[in-house]
Design a protein around this ligand. Structure first.
Ligand code: ADP
Ligand code: MG
Length: 260
């Protein structure tokens, strides 16, 4: 049986034809189309230990992030924003609770599995760019792809595409020291998207930038979300940056404010 015919039978089996699916999607409002959770956080707890002193950071946090959402996470310094971001990105380990990203409970993965998962599924943008100074923009962006089995020619295509998206195709051979802060952050964003990750996370990505560069970075994030449908989770202190997001959450002393 031809594959096309089989597919048609399966959709008919579930009572849907292509026409009814198109019709129903048309009738959905935007929030329904965005309703599939890509991140599910359930009963998350995290403390740090300094000697025998316990520092509770996140206290029984539960929330979802929808696929295609652009979430801004705000809150006073020390409220646990970076800790929460690092846990969702698989950089740090929970004390208890579940974090599902794309349906996978990352809290059950071993260190090795987690590192591999992160390489494919998470693009991370830091406040201070974290580029490697002795590598060119091209080589910095290629780094995450070295963990994949992609051949050199395909890697080059992906890197060139990512640098084009951030409008730096003409700076590929520049070193970080030869670029402005805003340009370095754009290289860091290219590095974060080059693997086409499930989630893009950013910890105060405009925190070290002047107003004009910050606006450029936010316009880029907005474009990645709107045009490529990237799910973005961004910590920020900047109300202008937060204004670009679709969902706003306020963290205070390890819990979400009730109005968010
Ligand atoms: P925010 O990003 O909202 O400013 P953080 O998540 O960085 O907050 O930190 C939350 C709390 O956890 C702070 O009190 C901080 O001092 C503490 N903390 C963060 N990381 C560590 C660590 N590695 N060891 C001990 N305490 C930490
Ligand atoms: Mg922080």
């Amino acid at each position: 049986m031809a594959v096309g015919k089989q597919t048609a039978n399966v959709t008919e089996w579930y009572g849907y034809t292509r026409e009814t699916i198109i019709e129903e999607t048309k009738n959905m409002n935007e929030s329904e189309v965005l309703s599939a959770p890509i991140v599910e956080v359930i009963g998350l707890n995290k403390s740090y230990y300094r000697g025998n002193q316990i520092i509770p950071v996140l206290n029984d946090i539960t929330f979802d992030i929808c696929e295609g959402d652009f979430l801004a996470l705000m809150g006073p310094s020390g409220s646990g924003k970076t800790t929460l971001l690092n846990l969702i990105a698989g950089i740090d380990k929970v004390d208890s609770g579940i974090i599902r990203v794309g349906g996978i409970d990352i809290t059950t993965l071993s260190e090795t599995e987690l590192a591999r998962w992160r390489g494919i599924n998470v693009g991370f943008v830091f406040q201070f760019y974290n580029l490697i100074p002795v590598l060119t923009a091209f080589d910095n962006v290629e780094l995450p792809l070295l963990l994949t089995n992609l051949p050199r020619k395909i890697r080059r295509e992906h890197v060139e595409m990512a640098l084009k998206v951030v409008n730096l195709a003409d700076r590929m051979e520049h070193y970080p020291g030869q670029l402005s802060g805003g340009q370095q952050q754009r290289v860091a964003i290219a590095r974060a998207i080059v693997t086409d990750p499930t989630i893009l996370v950013a910890d105060e990505p405009t925190g070290d930038l002047d107003r004009a560069s910050a606006e450029e970075i936010m316009a880029l994030m907005e474009r990645l979300n709107a045009e490529s449908g990237k799910t973005i989770i961004m910590v920020t202190h900047d109300p202008r940056a937060a204004g670009k997001a679709h969902t706003l959450k306020h963290l205070d002393k390890g819990v979400f404010n009730s109005d968010t």
